[in-house]
Design a protein around this ligand. Structure first.
Ligand code: SF4
Length: 306
């Protein structure tokens, strides 16, 4: 039995010594849990400070980039809008206008007139009115007054009476006489062959000026009316949100030799063939060239294939 007890005493003593030694010694087991504390103290280490600084900027780029982007965009040039352009190649454009030329070599406008002045007045009167309706009213008006001097002498009240079948006749009668007077006072009674001069006249906008420059003086201008605006967009010939945009594209893409008559060809095509509600593709001379997705025929009328 005496041999049974000593071992436990030795063991207990050994364990106690070991426990004391562990408790007294600054062993790694005691410091390991203090890793966060070590990390917190790291900046105090000379070599660690830059590391901490490097980490700080590493976390900032995102907000920094986000914050900088708007000012850069605001300060820089506005993003360019894609310029609308035709869907037709140069060869297709030539073929298209050559078809129009073959079908109608000398197209004419449909507003009756006898000189540049009466054309100018007729176009002013045609705003929001049909050419047929305007012609009915201007027959007598132009018989009585085919010059600015005669129009002024006729007077606003008489002009109003003569054009009362046309919409907005009150304003138009007033503008017609003002226009005639301005021509006398500023241009010696002649219609100026200049867009800026024309648009400075009462009741004359860019479209009216373009019609007069083209119809009276043979200038290669294109007046974008409702028909040309529709064709430009429907056929992808000259896409644009406004008449000015459509005009700019047409002016850029129509081959020079066709510009003189392009205005009339397009108006007449829109008025009588490529109509607003139902385009008559079966009798269209450019049916094979047309890029309108909704066209109902691809065979050109009249056998025109130039
Ligand atoms: S094919 Fe039809 S949609 Fe195209 S231009 Fe001719 S009429 Fe207009």
């Amino acid at each position: 039995m005496a041999d049974d007890h000593p071992p436990p005493k030795r063991k207990s003593a050994t364990l106690k010594r070991a426990a004391k030694a562990i408790a007294a010694a600054p062993g790694p087991a005691a410091k390991t849990p203090a890793v966060p504390a070590t990390a917190a103290k790291t900046p105090a280490i000379p070599g660690a400070a830059p590391a901490a600084k490097r980490r700080a900027p590493a976390a900032k780029p995102k907000p920094a980039a986000v914050a900088k982007s708007p000012p850069e965009q605001a300060a820089g040039p506005k993003p360019k809008r894609v310029r609308p352009d035709t869907a037709y190649s140069e060869a297709e454009l030539r073929a298209l206008f050559e078809r129009f030329r073959l079908a109608n070599p000398e197209p004419k406008g449909e507003l009756d007139h006898v000189n540049p002045f009466t054309l100018l007045v007729a176009v002013v009167l045609s705003a929001q009115a049909t050419d047929v309706g305007v012609n009915k009213a201007t027959g007598e008006l132009f018989r009585l007054a085919d010059t600015p001097e005669k129009m002024v002498a006729l007077g606003e009240e008489r002009v109003r009476e003569l054009i009362k079948t046309i919409g907005l006749f009150n304003t138009k009668a007033k503008n017609t006489v003002l226009l005639a007077r301005a021509l006398i006072e500023r241009f010696g009674g002649a219609v100026p062959r200049d867009r800026d001069a024309l648009t400075s006249l009462p009741g004359v906008g860019r479209k009216t000026a373009n019609v007069v420059l083209n119809g009276a003086f043979g200038e290669p201008t294109i007046a974008v009316d409702t028909h040309i605006f529709r064709l430009g967009n429907r056929l992808h010939l000259a896409p644009g949100r406004t008449p000015d945009e459509v005009e700019a594209v047409l002016d850029r893409v129509i081959p020079a030799e066709y510009k003189r008559h392009a205005h009339h060809w397009l108006i007449l095509h829109g008025r009588y063939v490529c109509k607003a509600r139902r385009p008559e593709c079966e009798r269209c001379v450019i049916a094979d060239l047309c890029k309108f997705e909704g066209k109902t025929n691809s065979v050109p009328a009249l056998g025109v294939t130039a």
